[in-house]
Ligand binder design. Structure first.
Ligand code: FES
Ligand SMILES: [Fe+2]
Length: 340
């Protein structure tokens, strides 16, 4: 399923190298990102009109991107502006490739996929921490159901099982008898909070704090961004994990995970980045096995989830997803009961 008329996070500015255009594929569309000499970032279709080869094989020249095959140049608007082999009595044909509305915000480059006229009316998901915090990021590609991927970070119960070797000790365990997820929803987003029992080792507690419970915030912003925020207020330390996901093509999905932190390993920046990247990779690897094994991906049968009362987050998420996609969402016993 391709969800268009949305801003997608095309790349982080760290990925853009001077002179080198960056190819990306989102929702089946070939894009190329490049930064002109003035610093302006452009996202256009990754195709040369001349012979339909990839523009990303070329170079950035001034404000333009130059095709490596015969040297045709395109402006950031996608318009062809120079053809080296043009005869003196000919004019540059009025051709252009598709241009995508683009925004550079806090180290991130966003492109609007869909009807460009709607771009101004659609908001970016809030990622305020990118303004001024250290971060690491990594990309993973997996074959999975988009809805399941979208829900995976905010699913509170899987952490105790799937992430035993990465963050579950550090994040603690859900205290099942007292779970209230404090879910709030508006038409496009779902946010909530819950507490996890602090099961850290003595050394972890010494560093992160001895609070008996660890407050965790979660967010989902339709259709492509989720967040987990783990708070250690005693020591003023916070960990933020964002996931941004979209189909490249079919059910091949990119998951971009961005991890940020406050006051963790401060003064040891290189180590902090190394540590966070290692953890982040581990977390995604742990999820991927389950997301790829999901049977929606492997069968044409319509399979229903069997959600129960405690799957409150999943149930609310499913409502939000269904309301926004207007498509069949796997019905659940709990939802059915809920709607009576
Ligand atoms: S294919 Fe691009 S210039 Fe010829
Ligand atoms: Fe997970």
């Amino acid at each position: 399923m391709y969800i268009t008329n949305q801003w997608y996070l095309v790349c982080l500015i760290d990925e853009l190298k001077e002179k080198n255009p960056l190819p990306k594929k989102i929702l089946g569309q070939e894009l190329v990102v490049f930064r002109g000499k003035s610093g302006k970032i452009n996202v256009i279709e990754n195709r040369c009109c001349h012979r339909n080869v990839l523009l990303s094989l070329g170079n950035v020249e001034g404000e333009n991107i130059k095709c490596a095959y015969h040297g045709w140049e395109y402006a950031g608007t996608g318009k062809c502006v120079s053809i080296p082999s043009l005869e003196s009595d000919s004019q540059i044909p009025a051709v252009c490739v598709k241009h995508y509305p683009t925004q550079e915000v806090d180290h991130m480059v966003w492109a609007f996929i869909g009807d460009a006229e709607l771009a101004a009316s659609v908001a970016l998901p809030p990622i305020p921490e990118m303004k001024d915090r250290p971060y690491v990021f990594n990309y993973h590609v997996l074959e999975a159901d988009l809805k399941l991927v979208a829900e995976s970070l905010i699913d509170p119960y899987h952490i105790d099982h799937v992430h035993v070797n990465s963050i579950s000790t550090f994040m603690g365990n859900l205290n099942r008898s007292t779970v209230d997820f404090n879910i709030e929803m508006d038409g496009k987003s779902l946010v909530g909070t819950y507490y996890r029992k602090n099961l850290s080792s003595f050394f972890e507690k010494f560093y992160f704090g001895f609070e008996p419970e660890i407050k965790t915030n979660f967010e989902f912003h339709f259709p492509h961004t989720s967040k987990l925020q783990i708070n250690f207020p005693g020591k003023k330390r916070v960990l933020y994990i964002y996931e941004h996901f979209y189909p490249i093509e079919g059910n091949k999905i990119v998951m971009l995970q961005i991890t940020l932190w406050d006051n963790i390993f401060a003064g040891f920046d290189a180590f902090a980045r190394y540590f966070m990247l290692k953890k982040s990779n581990k977390i995604v690897e742990e999820d991927v096995a389950f997301l790829e094994s999901n049977l929606y991906n492997h069968t044409t049968q319509r399979l229903n989830d069997m959600l129960i009362k405690s799957d409150k987050v999943s149930i609310e998420f499913a409502k939000l997803w269904r309301a926004n996609t207007q498509q069949y969402s796997h019905a659940t016993m709990a939802e059915a009961a809920d709607s009576k």
